[in-house]
Design a protein around this ligand. Structure first.
Ligand code: ZN
Length: 147
């Protein structure tokens, strides 16, 4: 259930300090220690879960529901919030740093310091279709949509 040495497990069990904004039976939400903007929150499952591979689907739904409502709460908080980003980093290559799954929720505003750098050019349809076929292979491997 809990991974000793995991900071988010320690927060979930009250053994480490956090500025908590919401808690229910399965998830807890608190302020990120290194906020990209004031109001930057993390929503995490109370049960130790590394990432999307081992995340229970119903807990994932609850994480999203709480993040959705907290994003709405940010807009009513008085904090500067002209927009909101929800961001989940799954795996080291995706810049996951704490290996207990967490969904970032943070306010955005004109001129804020958050940046995502990528190659945004449009790809050809043939290339997109080829990539889609690879993803569909993954969908088949997971046996999705068969029930
Ligand atoms: Zn943990």
């Amino acid at each position: 259930m809990r991974d000793s040495g995991c900071i988010f497990c320690a927060i979930a069990t009250g053994q480490a300090d956090a500025s908590i904004v919401y808690e229910d039976d399965s998830v807890i939400a608190f302020m990120d220690l290194q906020p990209v903007t004031p109001g930057h929150l993390l929503v995490v499952p109370k049960t130790h879960t590394v990432g999307l591979e081992d995340l229970d689907e119903d807990i994932g739904i609850q994480i999203w529901k709480v993040a959705h409502q907290l994003a709405r709460a940010l807009r009513r908080s008085g904090l500067r919030c002209e927009g909101v980003n929800l961001l989940l980093a799954d795996g080291e290559a995706a810049f996951q740093e704490v290996f207990h799954v967490h969904l970032h929720v943070f306010p955005r505003f004109a001129g804020d310091p958050f940046r995502i750098d990528a190659d945004w050019r449009v790809h050809e349809r043939g290339q997109l279709d080829e990539t889609a076929a690879a993803v569909r292979g993954g969908v088949v491997a997971l046996d999705l949509g068969s029930d």
